[in-house]
Design a protein around this ligand. Structure first.
Ligand code: HDL
Ligand code: ZN
Length: 420
């Protein structure tokens, strides 16, 4: 080992943080859209302030009727949330703090606290300019969307052949309705010309497979995705197991794409909060174990929502190489949980994990979600490299870059079997 390539211990942490802050990212699960998707791409101050995370937090300070809030304009809702979470109380939550990070990195005068000035500054940008600026600041090179053919607005974009114009954006085919609301799926599929019926006939299975195949091809979908309630059990004598075994796995195998399961949501525990009313719940990791064992040639991207499931899921990933654990999802995308999960994931899996995705819904969120995560992941990595150095193992700058590139980009594309 030449002296030149070894990094002195005193510079190691700074080197890791510098590289972690600038390593290009593939954000493998978001609710963002390419500019071609028009109104589906959310950005700007009022969308940021009415992010469902902030809506639920603002109600902690308000006894306003839910209906009253929902009857307000988006700007009025944003004003109300700004007052409650930023002016009346310090913005210390991850989502509120993140909003300030966004304003600062976009060059706003944070000391003014003048929301209308911020609105004016944002209004000077076009959608394309904001998308380019945010991806550059956040260091995000590639974005995987969440794509639902049952969404009429989105379907039009794909049918017009505009879904794949921006090469920075990739599709994931979202199949929640097929798994979690079959009666509705039957109606939607029939309306789209697929000969399915509620009863599980051979024709129904064939037509459901045709639907998935056609949309995977149309979108060039990187993976099939579903979010599952925490009470998901597998195998079971139920619709979900039949849909997974007889439709989804065969199609994923045919198309050689992973199946992503995001497990542990309990939808609408407080219906008055709409999208902000979902809750997390402990899930059964043995369902994932059963899938990975039954289908050793099928790749599974898995994330779970309950903190209590994280260590067990990470241990399971040691047993199944077709299981790739990803992200600190939703209520786990907070600094304390990202720190805790990243630490034991590296300690149990080395760098063979996808430590983070953003789950962004509003474009500028990329800035804080990735800045906060990069800092934490870099810090945990630096601890591990320092311990190696104490034992005489000299980590080089090239090796740090390789490890960070694996974590932020290459592990995902390698798992897909695609080079990017
Ligand atoms: O189901 C999902 O993909 C979740 O990420 C939900 O969209 C959730 O509402 C969310 O935005 N989490 O960050
Ligand atoms: Zn999501």
């Amino acid at each position: 080992m030449t002296e030149a390539t070894a990094i002195r211990k005193a510079e190691l942490r700074e080197t890791v943080q510098r590289l972690a802050a600038s390593m290009p990212v593939t954000d493998m699960h978001t609710h963002l859209y390419a500019p071609e998707f028009g109104e589906l791409l959310l950005w700007g101050i009022d969308e940021l302030l009415t992010y469902h995370y902030l809506i639920s937090e603002s109600f902690r300070w308000s006894d306003q009727e839910y209906e009253k809030f929902w009857s307000l304009s988006k700007r009025e809702q944003a004003d109300q949330i700004w007052q409650a979470l930023f002016l009346d109380h310090s913005p210390v939550s991850e989502a509120a703090n993140g909003f300030i990070t966004i304003l600062d990195r976009l060059g706003m005068d944070i000391s003014s606290r003048n929301l209308d000035d911020y609105r004016k500054a944002f209004a000077e940008k076009s959608t394309e300019e904001q998308v380019d600026a945010v991806m550059q600041i956040a260091g995000v090179e590639k974005i995987v969307m969440t794509n639902d053919p049952f969404d009429a607005v989105e379907r039009k974009v794909w049918e017009a052949g505009n879904g794949k114009k921006d090469k920075r954006f990739f599709a994931a085919l979202r199949v929640d309705t097929l798994l979690n609301d079959w009666p509705t799926a039957v109606k939607e599929l029939q309306a789209l010309g697929y000969g399915v019926e509620t009863s599980w006939t051979d024709r129904t299975k064939e037509e459901a497979r045709r639907f998935l195949n056609e949309w995977i091809v149309r979108m060039d979908a990187l993976y099939l995705a579903v979010s599952m309630p925490g009470d998901f059990v597998y195998p079971a004598e139920d619709h979900r197991s039949k849909m997974i075994d007889e439709v989804m796995i065969p199609v994923c195998q045919e198309r050689s794409i992973p199946f992503a399961l995001m497990i542990g949501v309990r939808r609408r525990v407080n219906p008055g909060l709409s999208l902000a009313g979902d809750m997390s719940m402990r899930s059964d990791v043995s369902a994932v174990e059963a899938l990975c064992r039954r289908y050793p040639d099928q790749k599974f991207l898995i994330t779970m929502l309950a903190r209590e499931n994280q260590h067990e899921l990470t241990v399971l990933a040691r047993k199944f190489r077709n299981l790739m654990v990803f992200g600190c999802w939703w209520f786990l995308h907070i600094e304390s949980m990202v720190e805790e999960m990243t630490r034991f994931r590296l300690e149990l899996l080395g760098t063979a994990v996808i430590p983070q995705h953003s789950d962004c819904r509003v474009f500028e969120q990329l800035i804080y979600k990735w800045e906060h995560s990069r800092r934490i992941i870099g810090n945990v990595l630096a601890d591990k490299y320092e311990r190696l150095q104490d034992s005489g193992w000299q980590v080089t700058e090239d090796e740090i870059k390789r490890d960070l590139n694996d974590l932020f980009h290459q592990n995902f594309w390698r798992f897909l079997g695609r080079n990017q």
